[in-house]
Design a binder for this molecule. Structure first.
Ligand code: FES
Length: 165
C-alpha cells in the first residue's frame, strides 16, 4: 500500500460509512481515484470493489482518470445542449485525439462534460482551468489551446475539423 494512502486511511476506522470521505481524501491527494487504490480501499473497508465504484460513480465529484494540466469542462446542461455543446465536445475530442472525459497521453489536456455551470443565459458555456467562457464556439476553444504553455505540441496535433475556422 502506498505511503500516502496509509496516511489517509490512518484517520479512519475502516467502516463502510466512511467510504465517501475516504474517496474524497484520495481524490484530493491523487487528483483522481486510481483503480489499484480502490482495491486497497476495498480491503480496508471490507466493501466490494463493485460497491465502491457504485458509490463513486453516483457522485459527479469523483473521477477515475487523472486530469491534464489544462482541464476543459464543457457544459452539457439543457441550454448549452440546445446551443451546440455536443458539437464543441466532438470538436475537442477530434482536436486532442481523446474521448469524452479523456486525458491526453502526456497529461497536458483533459476534457470533461459537466452539468449546468450556472450561466445558462450565456450558453454554450465551458471552463478552461476553472475560468468560465460563455457563448463559446469551437474556434474559441482552439484559441485557448493555442495560448496554453505547450503551444508547439498542440500545433502538431492534427485536426480534422475545419468547420469553425
Ligand atoms: S445549461 Fe450550460 S450553463 Fe446552464
Amino acid at each position: 500500500m502506498e505511503k500516502e494512502l496509509l496516511e489517509i486511511l490512518s484517520s479512519y476506522q475502516g467502516i463502510r460509512s466512511e467510504l465517501i470521505p475516504i474517496l474524497q481524501d484520495i481524490q484530493s491527494n491523487f487528483g483522481y481515484l486510481p483503480e489499484e487504490i480502490l482495491k486497497d480501499v476495498s480491503r480496508f473497508t471490507r466493501a466490494p470493489v463493485s460497491e465502491i465504484y457504485g458509490v463513486a460513480s453516483f457522485y459527479s465529484q469523483f473521477r477515475f482518470t487523472p486530469r491534464g494540466n489544462n482541464h476543459i469542462m464543457v457544459c452539457t446542461g439543457t441550454a448549452c445542449h440546445v446551443k451546440g455543446a455536443d458539437k464543441i465536445i466532438e470538436g475537442i475530442e477530434r482536436h486532442l485525439g481523446i474521448g469524452e472525459d479523456g486525458v491526453t497521453s502526456d497529461l497536458e489536456y483533459s476534457l470533461e462534460s459537466v452539468g449546468c455551470l450556472g450561466c445558462c443565459a450565456l450558453a454554450p458555456c465551458a471552463t478552461a482551468n476553472n475560468d468560465i467562457k460563455s457563448n463559446i464556439t469551437l474556434k474559441d476553444i482552439k484559441k485557448i489551446f493555442r495560448h496554453r504553455k505547450n503551444e508547439t505540441k498542440m500545433n502538431n496535433i492534427p485536426s480534422n475539423d475545419t468547420s469553425e475556422d
